[in-house]
Design a protein around this ligand. Structure first.
Ligand code: PMM
Length: 285
C-alpha cells in the first residue's frame, strides 16, 4: 500500500500551514497527531519552498527542526527531513531521521550527494529547476512528462556517480515546482510513465495552487484537502510509493477505500499496477 508522509513544516511562512507549528512543542504535538492519524512517515521541514519564499540559513533551519526530529525519533516515529542543505541533512540523520527529502534532487547543495552516500539514508530526489524566487519563471517544457523523466534520470546518474546507492533513491516529479497548472495535471495523468525509471516514486500535491482551480473562487486553502485526497488515490493507483500530505486523516481514509475495494474482489490486495520498485525497508508489514 502507498505510504503516507505527513507534512510537518516548522516554519513561520509556509503557504498552507504557515506559522501554526512554529514552536518546538507545538511541532512535536502535531507530528504525533499526524502519526496517530495514520502517517507512516513524518516529513519535517524548517525552510519554506513556497513560490517567492526567501531562504533561511542552515543554522536557523537546524534550530527549528533538530529538537523536533530528536524527540519524534525518540518516540519511535519514522522521519524524513525536508531540506536543501547537506549540513542540515547530516544533522537530521544524526538526530534520527531515516529519509532525506531534497526538493532540489541534489542541485541546490553540491555537498548533498556525499551526505546521502555517507549516511546511506533513503534519498528523495525531486524534479527542481530553481529556488523559490525564480521557479515560476522556468515553467516551460516541450513535453512535461518526458522532460521531467529525462531530468530525473540525469539526477539518478549524477547521484549514483557521486556514490549514492541506487537502491536508496526515490524520485518525485515535483508538482508545483516550475510547473504551470496544466503541467501538474499532465504529470498526474502520466504518473505510470515514471515506472520506466525503475525506482520508487512519491507525489506531493497537497494544498498546492493548481488544486484551487477545482474549487469555488476564494475557497480557503484547507478546502484543497479533498482534491488532495483524490490525487492521493490516483497516485496510489499509478503505483506511487508514497504521497506527501498535510491532511493525513483524509488521505488515510481515501487510501483505505482503495484498499477495501481491492480486497473485496480477490481477498488479497490487487497487485499495484505500474511496476514501480519499493525500497524493502519501507514496505508495509
Ligand atoms: N512539496 C513541498 C515541499 N516538499 N517534497 C517532496 N518530495 N515533494 C513535494 O512535492 C514537496 C516537497 C512544498 O509544499 P509545502 O510548502 O506545503 O511543504
Amino acid at each position: 500500500m502507498t505510504l503516507i508522509m505527513g507534512v510537518l513544516n516548522v516554519t513561520p511562512d509556509s503557504f498552507s500551514d504557515g506559522g501554526q507549528w512554529a514552536s518546538t512543542d507545538a511541532a512535536i504535538e502535531h507530528g504525533l497527531l499526524l502519526h496517530a492519524q495514520g502517517a507512516d512517515l513524518i516529513d519535517v521541514g524548517g525552510e519554506s519552498t513556497r513560490p517567492g519564499a526567501t531562504r533561511v540559513t542552515p543554522e536557523l533551519e537546524q534550530r527549528r527542526i533538530i529538537p523536533v526530529v530528536t524527540e519524534l525519533a525518540r518516540q519511535g516515529l519514522r522521519l524524513s527531513i525536508d531540506t536543501l542543505n547537506a549540513a542540515t541533512a547530516l544533522a537530521a540523520a544524526k538526530a534520527g531521521a531515516s529519509i532525506i527529502n531534497d526538493v532540489s534532487g541534489g542541485l541546490a547543495d553540491p555537498g548533498m550527494a556525499a551526505v546521502a552516500a555517507e549516511t546511506g539514508l533513503t534519498y528523495v530526489a525531486m524534479h527542481w529547476r530553481a529556488h523559490a524566487q525564480q521557479m515560476d519563471t522556468l515553467a516551460e517544457y516541450d513535453d512535461v512528462v518526458t522532460d521531467v523523466i529525462a531530468a530525473l534520470g540525469a539526477r539518478v546518474d549524477a547521484l549514483t556517480a557521486a556514490g549514492v546507492d541506487r537502491e536508496r533513491i526515490v524520485l518525485d516529479p515535483g508538482l508545483g515546482f516550475s510547473k504551470k497548472p496544466e503541467h501538474n495535471w499532465q504529470l498526474i495523468n502520466r504518473l505510470d510513465a515514471f515506472a520506466e525509471l525503475g525506482l520508487p516514486v512519491m507525489v506531493g500535491a497537497s494544498r498546492k495552487r493548481f488544486l484551487a482551480a477545482v474549487l469555488p473562487d476564494g475557497a480557503p486553502v484547507i478546502a484543497r484537502d479533498l482534491p488532495t485526497a483524490v490525487v492521493s488515490v490516483l497516485a496510489a493507483q499509478a503505483g506511487a510509493w508514497a504521497v506527501r500530505v498535510h491532511d493525513v486523516a483524509a488521505t488515510r481514509a481515501a487510501l483505505t477505500v482503495l484498499d477495501s475495494v481491492a480486497r473485496s474482489t480477490m481477498g488479497t490486495p490487487r497487485d499495484v499496477p505500474g511496476g514501480m520498485q519499493r525500497p524493502s525497508q519501507w514496505t508495509h508489514d
